[in-house]
Ligand binder design. Structure first.
Ligand code: ADP
Length: 192
C-alpha cells in the first residue's frame, strides 16, 4: 500500500490536487472536511456535533475525527491499494493516532507532501471559492482569519512531526494546477 498525507493551509489546493492524485495513482481519498460536510448534509449526529466547530473555523475534537477516520479505513481497506489523507491529521495527537491505526494494520505513512502558499494568496483563493462553494466558513473574513490562525498554531506542528521522521516533502503551491501536480507526482513516484 502507498499511504500519503497531502498537507497545507486552508485554500492551499489540497482538494484540487487530491482529485488528480487519485486519478493517477488509484488511491482511496480520505478528506475529513468532505466527510464532515457529508454528515452535515445528511443531518447525522456526527454532522450536528461537527457543525458548531466548522462554522467558526475551529477544529473538531480529535477523538471525533479519529473515530471517523478509523471507521472509513475499516470500510474501505479490503478494496484499497493505499490512501491519500487530505485535511487529516491536523493536530499532533491525530498524527500519532493515525500512525497507531496504520501500524495495527501492518501499514505506515510513506510521506507527507506539504503545499506551501503565502497567506495573502490563501485568503484570496478562499474568498473566491466562497462565491460558489456555499461554505459559510469561506465567506466571512473573521472565520477565514481564524482558520489560518488555527492552522499555524495547531496544525503546522504536524509537519515538524513528520519532518522528524524524515517524511516531509515541501512543494511550492503557487502556479498552474498542472505545474503543481507535476511536482507532486514526481515526489510521489519517489515514495513508491
Ligand atoms: P479547509 O479548506 O479549511 O482546508 P476542510 O474542508 O479540510 O477545509 O475542513 C473544514 C473544517 O472541517 C475545518 O475548519 C474543521 O472545522 C473541520 N475539520 C476538517 N478536518 C479536520 C480535522 N482533521 N480535525 C479537526 N477538524 C477538522
Amino acid at each position: 500500500m502507498l499511504n500519503i498525507i497531502l498537507f497545507g493551509p486552508p485554500g492551499a489546493g489540497k482538494g484540487t490536487q487530491s482529485e488528480k492524485i487519485i486519478d493517477q495513482y488509484k488511491l482511496t481519498h480520505i478528506a475529513t472536511g468532505d466527510l464532515f460536510r457529508k454528515h452535515l448534509g445528511e443531518g447525522t449526529d456526527l454532522g450536528k456535533l461537527a457543525q458548531k466547530y466548522m462554522d467558526e473555523g475551529n477544529l473538531v475534537p480529535d477523538e471525533v475525527v479519529i473515530g471517523m477516520v478509523d471507521e472509513k479505513i475499516k470500510e474501505t481497506k479490503a478494496n484499497s491499494s493505499g490512501y491519500i489523507f487530505d485535511g487529516f491529521p491536523r493536530t499532533v495527537p491525530q498524527a500519532k493516532a493515525l500512525d497507531t491505526l496504520l501500524k495495527e494494520k501492518g501499514e505506515k505513512i510513506a510521506g507527507m507532501i506539504a503545499l506551501d502558499v503565502p497567506e495573502e494568496e490563501l485568503k484570496k483563493r478562499i474568498k473566491e471559492r466562497g462565491k460558489t462553494s456555499g461554505r459559510t466558513d469561506d465567506q466571512d473574513e473573521a472565520k477565514i482569519e481564524n482558520r489560518i490562525k488555527v492552522y499555524q498554531e495547531e496544525t503546522l506542528p504536524v509537519a515538524n512531526y513528520y519532518d522528524g521522521e524524515g517524511k516531509l516533502v515541501k512543494i511550492h503551491g503557487v502556479g498552474s494546477i498542472d505545474e503543481i501536480f507535476g511536482k507532486i507526482s514526481s515526489e510521489i513516484d519517489k515514495l513508491k
